[in-house]
Design a binder for this molecule. Structure first.
Ligand code: BMA
Length: 335
């Protein structure tokens, strides 16, 4: 007999309190829901539209293996999704050659100063993945800025306002030092510089050794930027994508205030453990409830479906207070 779904939804472990609670209706979107033929749907950016509608900008992979983006809208963010009848944003390799092998993993930031949504996404070029940026007011028409971070770079999101006069972008370049999170600044969203290392992958046996990346855009709190990031553990039977949390200074976002040692969310449910790529939870977006505390985290599960988990900002901060340490101490301990 298989365990009922609720056994997964409400796993209570006194040693590891569940910070992210899976929605009982998971997965909330799969390829079967799509109005046209696709292989799979996963890794969606998320935002709230002015009328309270939840918009997911989903990564859709076709049967060639190339991805495009497609919008799905829902009144309650859980069901009743209205999915665009055709792709919302297709790769355009004629004008943007860096999109030749598709566009993937969007993150959405609403920017009050611009009164627009800024989407950063992976453009899959011959040279590997890079970061591209597009602006939209309505998710129907888009202004593309093209590639803003050359390959090999991905897992990027914009902060919603300028920091000391400049826009700030978190991203994950691959360097000889490893796959760490960096932050870069720009006066105009086109030209980027003042690159700083923001959070390093750990080394050795850690769950977040060697390769990390930003998951959804940072969540602004009174205590700082709350950052959910993924850690990729390489094992003999493949990679394990899990989620950790850290807090960064509000006016100096490259400064880590607290970082949790343990991961807080990992593949457990069947739809997370088995799919096109097993053992992957990969959030790219969240929405905030009117209470200002409940975050709805939308994540790709096993590169096959979109699922929802809810968390409390207060509980995440409380957990970091109890379990986090500052990056400087952490790095000293790692040596
Ligand atoms: C990462 C990204 C994600 C994907 C994950 C697991 O490198 O490409 O889009 O979900 O791998 O395959």
């Amino acid at each position: 007999m298989t365990a009922p779904e609720t056994a997964i939804v409400n796993v209570e472990n006194s040693h590891y309190p569940p910070l992210l609670l899976r929605h009982p209706g998971n997965p909330i979107l799969t390829g079967k829901d799509w109005p046209y033929s696709i292989n799979s749907v996963f890794n969606a950016g998320a935002t709230l539209l002015p009328d309270g509608t939840t918009l997911l900008l989903c990564r859709v992979e076709d049967r060639r293996g190339l991805s495009h983006l497609c919008a799905a809208r829902s009144r309650n963010g859980v069901d009743g999704w209205q999915i665009d009848s055709e792709p919302t944003l297709m790769p355009n390799p004629q004008q943007y050659p860096e999109e030749i092998w598709g566009i993937e993993d969007p993150r959405i930031t609403f920017v009050p100063e611009l009164q627009q949504y800024v989407i950063t996404y992976t453009s899959y070029s011959r040279g590997g993945p890079g970061v591209s940026l597009a602006l939209t007011k309505d998710f129907h028409s888009f202004e593309r800025y093209g590639v803003i971070m050359p390959p090999d770079d991905k897992d990027s999101a914009l902060l919603p306002r300028r920091i000391n006069g400049c826009w700030a972008l978190i991203h994950r370049p691959m360097t000889a030092l490893g796959a760490h999170m960096w932050i870069s600044y720009s006066p105009d969203l086109r030209y980027w510089g003042r690159h700083r290392l923001m959070l390093e992958a750990r080394r050795g046996a850690w769950w977040d050794a060697n390769k990390i990346g930003l998951s959804p855009p940072p969540i602004e709190t009174s205590r700082g930027w709350l950052v959910l990031y993924h850690g990729v553990r390489h094992t003999p039977s493949g990679c394990l994508y899990r989620l950790g949390v850290a807090l960064f200074d509000i006016e100096n976002p490259e400064k880590c205030l607290l970082r949790g040692d343990s991961w807080i969310f990992g593949p457990e449910a069947d739809y997370e453990r088995h799919g096109d790529v097993n053992d992957v939870v990969f959030p790219c977006g969240y929405t905030m409830d009117p209470d200002g505390d409940t975050v709805n985290i939308y994540y790709g599960a096993a590169d096959c479906s979109i699922a929802l988990a809810r968390a409390s900002v207060r509980a995440l901060l409380g957990w970091l207070d109890a379990n986090g340490s500052c990056e400087r101490r952490q790095r000293a301990e790692d040596l």
